[in-house]
Design a protein around this ligand. Structure first.
Ligand SMILES: Nc1ncnc2c1ncn2[C@@H]1O[C@H](COP(=O)(O)OP(=O)(O)O)[C@@H](O)[C@H]1O
Ligand SMILES: [Mg+2]
Length: 285
């Protein structure tokens, strides 16, 4: 895979971005005065309570929607709409059911007129990296949920986008599969080092993956805190939470998220109640 670590492309900058929907009684402010920078070669992970506005922010960066005010630029260019420089993987991304693993992965380059033969080596490299060698000729319905996600990762990476945005891509997978996914994804990231922006509500996932952790406030969302996660790579799930460093960051992040949840709990939001539930479970364990 092309080494992009020395190319400073894919620098995303949000300045005072606000986004609201509806009018009158239906008016809802989702993002308020949010400023944020996502730098190339750094795995930025955004964490925030569910319903705070993360996916809305992703849709703005992807160019699917426009902010009401503020600016979003990539390498200084304003985002006017979707672009080939950005690739977004949503939780509900789906493979083409009528194509094999290999054909699904080769789809992107083929769609822009490239010959399969040109990309087969890269496809094989990625198939190997995501552990799907035995499943190259299988169709999506012959793959487990985790394998399908791995196939989606490879399908996105073959396009070598400057910016990869992943919105809770592993949500809904069982714990063990999810942990495997983290290792595959971290491994792929270590290989490609493009600008990666990963969104999650899972604190362990966030710390295992992140170089930089961006913690969001409750709705209307903006950045509450940014924490650098200077834990060396490759990381191992088997021991990362034995490190004081990882646990200190985890406690610090949870404290901020908890404060945010409490604020919205006092205002009666359901998402906050859910978060507090999850938080208590983690602290108890
Ligand atoms: N098109 C829309 N119209 C009205 N409200 C919206 C729209 N899109 C998102 N919202 C509201 O924005 C809030 C944040 O949603 P979302 O960005 O999906 O949160 P998250 O991804 O953090 O869980 C939700 O309360 C949702 O109802
Ligand atoms: Mg979301």
């Amino acid at each position: 895979m092309t080494d992009k670590s020395n190319i400073a492309a894919g620098h995303i900058e949000l300045k005072s971005v606000s986004k609201s929907y509806g009018e009158g009684d239906n008016y809802k402010e989702v993002i308020k005065d949010c400023s944020l920078e996502i730098t190339p070669g750094v795995l930025s992970v955004m964490i925030g309570p569910s319903g705070c506005g993360k996916s809305t922010l992703i849709r703005l960066i992807a160019g699917f929607e426009k902010p009401n005010s503020g600016s979003i630029t990539i390498d200084g260019r304003p985002v006017e709409g979707p672009g080939k420089d950005r690739l977004v993987i949503f939780q509900e991304s789906a493979l083409f059911p009528w194509m094999t693993t290999e054909d699904n992965i080769l789809y992107g380059p083929r769609a822009v007129g490239e010959d399969n033969s040109k990309n087969r080596d890269l496809a094989n490299f990625l198939i190997d990296k995501v552990g799907l060698n035995q499943f190259k000729k299988k169709f999506p319905n012959q793959l487990s949920g985790g394998m399908q996600r791995r196939c989606e990762l490879a399908r996105a990476l073959i396009n070598q986008p400057e910016v990869m945005v992943l919105d809770e891509p592993f949500r809904g997978l069982d714990e063990m599969t999810k942990e495997l996914m983290w290792e595959y994804y971290a491994n792929l990231y270590e290989e490609n080092k493009a600008t990666n922006f990963f969104v999650t509500t899972d604190i362990d996932e966030a710390i295992f993956l992140a170089d930089r952790l961006i913690i969001m406030t409750n709705i209307p969302t903006r950045v509450a805190a940014v924490i650098d996660v200077d834990i060396p790579r490759p990381r191992r799930l088997s021991n990362i939470f034995e490190l004081d460093q990882a646990n200190t960051i985890k406690m610090k992040a949870l404290k901020i998220l908890h404060e945010e949840a409490m604020k919205s709990f006092r205002s009666g939001s359901k998402a906050a109640a859910d978060f507090i539930d999850a938080y208590s479970k983690r602290v108890a364990s």
